[in-house]
Design a protein around this ligand. Sequence first.
Ligand code: ACO
Length: 448
Amino acid sequence: MATSTTLAPEKSPTASGDRRDALSITDQRTGKSYEVPIADGTIRAMDLRQIKTDPADFGLMSYDPAYMNTASCKSRITYIDGDKGILRYRGYDIAQLAENCSYLEVAYLLLYGSLPNRQQHDEWVHNITYHTMIHESLKKLMDTFNYDAHPMGMLIATIAAMSTFYPDGRNIHDPVSRTKQTYRMIAKIPTLAAFAYRHSMGMPYVYPDNDLSYSENFLNMLFKMPAARGYRPNPALVKALDVLFILHADHEQNCGTAVMRSIGSAHADPYVAVAGAAAALYGPLHGGANEEVLKMLAEIGSVARVPAFIKEVKEGKGEKRLMGFGHRVYKNFDPRATIIKRMADEVFSVTGRNPLLDIALELERIALQDDYFVKRKLYPNVDFYSGLIYQAIQIPTAAFTVLFAIPRVSGWIAQWQELLQDPEQKIARPRQIYLGEGERAFVPMDKR
Ligand code: ACO
């Protein structure tokens, strides 16, 4: 199974017939032996509970901080082979989807399991397009943020606020209601994101335009000036943004998705669950890394300073990181980074070359030869080059993670729908190893 976190399909028994899909465990404390079934390359943690030193013993648990080796669900959505650098949505290679599909087609694929035919596609696009408006009170809520509020903070807060505008979202066991919330969520996120940007710029909001595609409409809401007639986003930039949306749409059980499933498992409505997932994505070790990459490139300032920066990272022993490098799952090139790097040239041919690209290329060149990075299998991840493209499209650095969150909503919702239909799932509730004080007598305040 190597380091892939996605379970391979169950293997058939070997021809010799002597192999059993089971793990034998001998507890050296008691001398007792146990046999635990293996299915899909895993044992069930609950099967360890029978292993006890005596009847009063709680039973053995597995300890896995940060879920380094724990599968929390069975999923049919996204497959990753971290060693080989493979990413597939519903069985389709990410590069093929990026080349041939629109983001909305891919969102449909993630949610429904197959690519839409023409009729399904047109209905789907219509339903998303006709849910893009947000309630005027939600717009007023956005007005109350400070001019310098971080766009991710605004986005997270307004997504959570949607829960109060759509109380029917609580009908999570009704598939019709779930579908409605899915339309709303995927349709309205770009509107919220664009309004957050316009608010931070002190500019009037631009309402959605139903004649435009998903990505075109988003760029229109971001950049159209009230006085400018006939503004049309550059088709090359629309295409680039759409590809970036496809690449970011899902990534199996990462930190944000684990939060989505965790909140969803408590049967909260999808708006607050997406708000929680977006909060996780905001972190600089997760989707917030794209913002950090640009800050890092600006701090380095020139190609000549790259070796000194790499030295600082290595001497920092984990304190200072090369942002946009490394991944919990990929121990090879992140296929998304490879696609983005190729696409950068097309974007820069329209926008002009981003001067920070040379610094990024030099960082990558040196890091890929350096023992420190090679030994730890640290390669560029999706965030390493995406920020350069966002910057070239004139997106402010603080809004980069917002652009990650927009498409990830389709993945989060697909994972949430799968969770709710999985009879094995229950409220997520990890165990702990308690290392604190034993019982002690209470001491009144004047005696402490
Ligand atoms: N720069 C320098 N050293 C690094 C980096 C990095 N970017 N990433 C990992 N390392 C080192 C660690 O210091 C550690 O070294 P050690 O073994 O000497 O202690 C070793 O590599 C393993 O690192 P971990 O932190 O244990 O790996 P983990 O799987 O927990 O972390 C993560 C993965 C968070 C992505 C990490 O590589 C990182 O911080 N990268 C930079 C932030 C980033 O780009 N995040 C975006 C990830 S993609 C996404 O979320 C969309």
